[in-house]
Design a protein around this ligand. Sequence first.
Ligand code: ATP
Length: 218
Amino acid sequence: MIGIYGGTFDPVHLGHLRTALEVRQALQLQQLRFIPCATPPHRTPPLANELHRLAMLRSAVTGQRDVIVDTRELDRGGVSYMVDTLLSLRAELPETTLCLIMGMDALRYFDSWHRYLEILSLAHIVVMQRPGNSVEGLRSQPTVYTLIEQHRAMQLQELRRQPAGLIWVQPVTQLAISATAIRGMCARNESIQYLVPDVVRDYIHQHTLYCERGAIAN
Ligand code: ATP
């Protein structure tokens, strides 16, 4: 069973890394793949270019066993639809159970994702609670809420019994860290220490990312 953690990673932060670790442990994933997107379908384009986002992500997971940075969305280019990513993974790994990991905020608008039902036929969805978001809070999104009710697994073992099609809600340490907040701090010349790995902070400093004036506090 492998985990797929997609995102813009603009930049990668400890909210991504800690939750990924917790999901990996809880589900006993044999491998975790971070997949940075090229052009995200649902939001403004990332501020940092692909090479920077990729370099930060790679440096953040260096030395982590069984953690891979998978560049298929960057290699494919254009708008990154998760369904295409899962189709290509499924072609490579026909027998493997795939778990698409996402925060509750991302699940909220899942019914607007390109071919979203096909996504669920290709992978399980593992949803992590994120500060300010809960399953109950999704009642205002009837399509997504119904999908959760219909597909929700109540026991972890269920995920191993079928290769796709279930939704699992995984409690994780609530870390109110977001890339948006980090970019804002950089732009205001505030420190981002303890929000991102030191290597990522150093990289942002070195390349003066997210910072118009080119100087960032420690
Ligand atoms: P931005 O603030 O730019 O929207 P982000 O911090 O949400 O960025 P993304 O790269 O867009 O980061 O997110 C990738 C995935 O990581 C999404 O599924 C998102 O829900 C999840 N995620 C990001 N931060 C956290 C966090 N602190 N806790 C749990 N999940 C998170």
